[in-house]
Design a protein around this ligand. Structure first.
Ligand SMILES: [Zn+2]
Length: 325
């Protein structure tokens, strides 16, 4: 269990905060009565195409669970939020894209609503109350269907210009040669086109879909990431080849991120992080490549696999004085 006695800084600590995690499938509303814990109140399907239905869903959740109190609500969701304008760009909930979401929901729900990026919330949860507690610079990697991340320095998210930071999945090209067996002989590997329009981003190979793409390119077979990883743990040749390439391609840019940010711990979250032997192998591969010599583990399993978004949103609610609408 994470240490919930960690002092998260000289910030206001309202006793009870309301938080929501909004994904492409579900809106999950929770309440946190103390740091490090969130109780789920209700989960309902996310209206992704209708703004009116989206607003009405949040309104009815707030009416049912928050009631007449003016308690603020902090929402964790995927998307880039421009810190100057408040405009959100969301790929998995299209009906909110282009809206000043926090301000519009504040009007509708008659309470202060703050929107925070989900990877930032996860990173904050890990940095303050999870696997990164006690470290000043924490880089949290999300190895889900794609690759994401969040950077926390001194217990605060490094927000960055236009609300984008920690996105190591794009812009850092992976190597186009792989030394599969450490022999010094590297085989060529074609760069894959990324969804962002560039070629060879970490996201093209780094998440579960990327591992599957890599397996298809190297072995000419379509297998899902669970099967590839099961085969890898059983020592099967083709999966060994795929996962060796994955480890080499992902560990290099991750070591570069550590060199650049000075992170001393990298909690890993997302679906692939549930395979502890993969995270063990990634840690070993990263430590071979960082400038700083780490005697202890640097890539570790995250402490919050499921509720990191909600826990991080609760930390934001306590760090900022959101109590007054
Ligand atoms: Zn990209």
């Amino acid at each position: 269990m994470p240490d919930t006695s960690v002092d998260s800084g000289p910030y206001p600590q309202p006793p009870r905060v309301f938080v929501a995690d909004i994904g492409g499938s579900y809106v999950r509303l929770g309440v946190s009565d103390s740091p490090g814990s969130v109780r789920l109140l209700e989960s309902v399907p996310t209206p992704v195409d209708s703004w009116e239905a989206f607003g009405a869903t949040l309104q009815s959740l707030a009416d049912r669970h928050i009631g007449q109190t003016r308690s603020p609500l902090v929402i964790s969701m995927a998307g880039a939020i421009d810190p100057a304008s408040g405009v959100i760009c969301s790929s998995n909930v299209p009906c909110v894209s282009g809206r000043v979401l926090g301000a519009e929901l504040t009007d509708r729900l008659q309470r202060r609503v703050r929107i925070a990026n989900d990877a930032d919330c996860l990173a904050l949860a890990e940095a303050v109350e999870g696997a990164g507690a006690g470290h000043d610079v924490v880089f949290c990697v999300v190895l889900g269907s794609g690759v994401g991340g969040g950077l926390v320095v001194g217990g605060r998210v490094a927000g960055g210009a236009r609300g984008i930071s920690g996105e190591w999945g794009h812009g850092l090209p992976v190597n186009t040669h792989v030394d599969f067996n450490g022999s010094g002989h590297a085989e060529p590997l074609s760069a894959l086109r990324c969804g962002c329009g560039r070629m060879g981003c970490v996201d093209t190979v780094g998440g579960a879909r990327g591992m599957e793409r890599l397996n298809a390119v190297l072995n000419g077979e379509q297998k899902d990431s669970h099967t590839i990883l099961d085969d890898w743990r059983q020592g099967r040749d083709r999966a060994q080849r795929t996962v060796s390439a994955w480890l080499a391609l992902v560990s290099e840019p991750l070591a570069a991120v550590i060199n650049i940010t000075g992170a001393s711990i990298v909690p890993a979250c997302g679906g692939l992080s549930n395979v502890s032997s993969l995270i063990d192998a990634l840690d070993a591969a990263v430590r071979k490549r960082t400038l700083r010599e780490f005697r202890e583990r640097v890539v570790v399993p995250g402490a919050f696999r499921r509720d990191g978004g909600l826990i991080g949103a609760a930390i934001i609610a306590r760090q900022d004085d959101c109590r007054q609408p």
